[in-house]
Design a protein around this ligand. Structure first.
Ligand SMILES: C[S@@+](CC[C@H](N)C(=O)[O-])C[C@H]1O[C@@H](n2cnc3c(N)ncnc32)[C@H](O)[C@@H]1O
Length: 218
């Protein structure tokens, strides 16, 4: 008899190896499937709740009306679910993800490509932001390799390209994990950079360890 292919994840979870992210784990928590790395939650767990708090701060009506959204760091796409289901947003979403293993997991186990108006681009967010000339009214920066955001994403070159992509009155939500002095310094430098052309607000220690930097173009 032909073997039936099953996409279900056993109770004890499932582990994948990726050249980019190292160990990727599918784990169950309170009946919900999540994507984790060896050390942190990537999608559909505390991370999803932290980003939802950021959206509530931006304002439900404003989030619902975002027309053109850029997600840098798609992971398994929990923020896309939040936008579509919790905030009833129907705008176009372009999601950038560097790791093809993560994209496969997002499609296979989290059905990310069932969301309408979603374009998934497998690319380095640094290069995408440099080469892209579109305008977005919302950009999420959620770029991590395990527990750290690669240093290039706090460089003046990246930050400048990022600000150039945001439309007038648009919003950037920059997710950071502020766990050590080095990261505190990095965040302070980024905030000083953004303050030159934007209004900046920081939501501290959301869901335990995330500092969300909210940047609004003046
Ligand atoms: C915390 S997860 C993103 C979670 C996602 N925003 C969500 O809502 O579920 C971080 C993601 O950033 C991706 N990433 C890291 N460096 C990247 C880069 N240079 N370009 C694009 N994606 C990158 C990782 O592969 C990982 O999937």
């Amino acid at each position: 008899m032909k073997k039936i292919f099953t996409r279900s994840v056993p109770k004890e979870g499932r582990v994948y190896q990726s050249k980019i992210n190292g160990q990727l784990e599918l784990n169950w928590h309170k009946g919900k499937l999540m994507l984790d790395t060896k050390n942190v939650n990537y999608s559909y767990g505390a991370l999803q709740s932290a980003l939802a708090e950021g959206f509530i701060h931006i304002g439900k009506k404003k989030v619902r009306n975002f027309n053109n959204i850029l997600v840098l760091g798609m992971g398994a796409g929990s923020v896309i679910e939040t936008l579509r289901k919790k905030f009833k947003n129907e705008g176009k979403i372009t999601a950038i993800e560097i790791d093809p293993v993560v994209v496969d997991i997002a499609k296979k186990y989290f059905k990310v490509d069932a969301f309408s108006q979603l374009e998934i681009v497998v690319a380095d967010a640094f290069a995408f932001v440099k080469e892209n000339k579109s305008n977005y009214d919302f950009i999420l920066v959620d770029l991590f390799i395990d527990r750290e955001t690669p240093q290039k994403f706090s460089s003046p070159e990246f930050l400048e390209n990022l600000v150039n992509l945001i439309a007038a009155q648009g919003t950037i939500l920059f997710n950071t994990v502020n766990i050590e002095n080095e990261f505190t310094r990095r965040n302070e430098q980024m905030i000083s950079f953004f303050e030159k052309s934007c209004a900046v607000e920081v939501l501290k220690e959301i869901e335990g360890g995330n500092d969300l930097i909210l940047i609004k173009k003046k």
